[in-house]
Design a protein around this ligand. Structure first.
Ligand SMILES: C[S@@+](CC[C@H](N)C(=O)[O-])C[C@H]1O[C@@H](n2cnc3c(N)ncnc32)[C@H](O)[C@@H]1O
Length: 275
């Protein structure tokens, strides 16, 4: 399931490639999905926010606040068209703003830099799980970032096909009675494939954070308009890619998935992210 390899990113144009040996994990082996074995995604985000002394945090898709409540920072913004808060989302923060609206409206209407007092340090994108929505959330967030900022995306590493339908009701129906009951990743894995194809300048780091992966993107360029300018063409291209376990298995063959431990130790962390 896990092989020891040199995780050198072979694309010459990708910046800051890690050059030391790490484990690379395949979530699908011989056609069989396997579970991800790293640290829980909330734990990774919580630790990373602390390590990087995050001051300004944005979360798209907050739901109950399970993750949001764990992030310590100065100012935080949460966006969700239907909050279901059951956690103390003010915990560890000086200033919290919640916008109950879809992310497209939020990015249209809110002066995020003004509200946060500067560019975003860490964003967690976990809203609607259809790839065109996450793609828009990504490029709308990137233009509010600085090169050192981190964008984290959730659910981009599905570990089975019952969670992959574009419709949540289909995912709930298909997963009923399985060990992945209630899980929904949709087809947001396609956004990672899009970034790797259309934004080779970005640093994309996939981690085995259960349940369904964390993908960090850095070396961001707020002035790069490729994704927004070519949005319709890119969406048409990737809508035609079958959203199947077979496609996902091929996609996993093209990218290293690293253990969360690779970025949670102080030394290794600096190999992956801009200081
Ligand atoms: C998986 S939950 C988020 C969980 C949360 N990030 C956490 O880890 O604790 C997804 C949330 O996305 C929200 N959502 C759905 N459509 C959205 C949209 N267009 N913009 C922003 N959020 C959206 C849903 O209401 C739901 O609460």
């Amino acid at each position: 399931m896990i092989t020891e390899v040199l995780a050198r990113d072979t694309a010459a144009e990708r910046p800051e490639a890690p050059v030391h040996p790490v484990e690379v994990i395949s979530p699908i082996l011989a056609g069989h999905p396997t579970e991800l074995g790293g640290e829980y995604y909330v734990t990774v985000l919580k630790k990373l926010a602390k390590t990087r002394s995050v001051k300004r945090y944005l979360e798209v898709g907050v739901c109950k606040g399970d993750c949001f409540s764990q992030i310590a920072c100065d100012r935080a913004i949460g966006v969700d068209p239907a909050f279901q808060l059951s956690q103390n989302v003010t915990s560890g923060k000086k200033d919290v703003r919640l916008f109950q609206m879809p992310s497209d409206a939020f990015f249209d209407e809110v002066d995020v830099k003004e509200a946060l007092g500067g560019p975003i340090d860490l964003a967690f994108l976990d809203g609607l799980h259809q790839f065109e929505y996450l793609l828009r959330d990504f490029y709308n967030t990137e233009r509010l970032c600085a090169p050192r900022s981190l964008i984290a995306m959730h659910d981009c590493l599905p570990v089975g096909d019952t969670m992959m339908p574009r419709s949540i009701s289909d995912a709930l129906r298909l997963s009923r009675g399985t060990r992945h009951e209630g899980w929904w990743t949709g087809d947001v894995w396609k956004v990672v494939a899009i970034l790797r194809k259309y934004r080779p300048d970005l640093r994309v780091i996939c981690l085995d954070a259960p349940p369904t992966g964390l993908v960090f993107v850095t070396n961001l360029d707020p002035d790069n308009a490729t994704l927004s300018r070519d949005y319709c063409r890119i969406v048409d291209e990737f809508a035609a890619v079958p959203n199947t376990l077979q496609s996902v298995a091929e996609f996993y063959g093209t990218l290293p998935i690293l253990p969360t431990s690779a970025i949670l130790t102080g030394f290794d962390h600096s190999l992956y992210f801009r200081a």
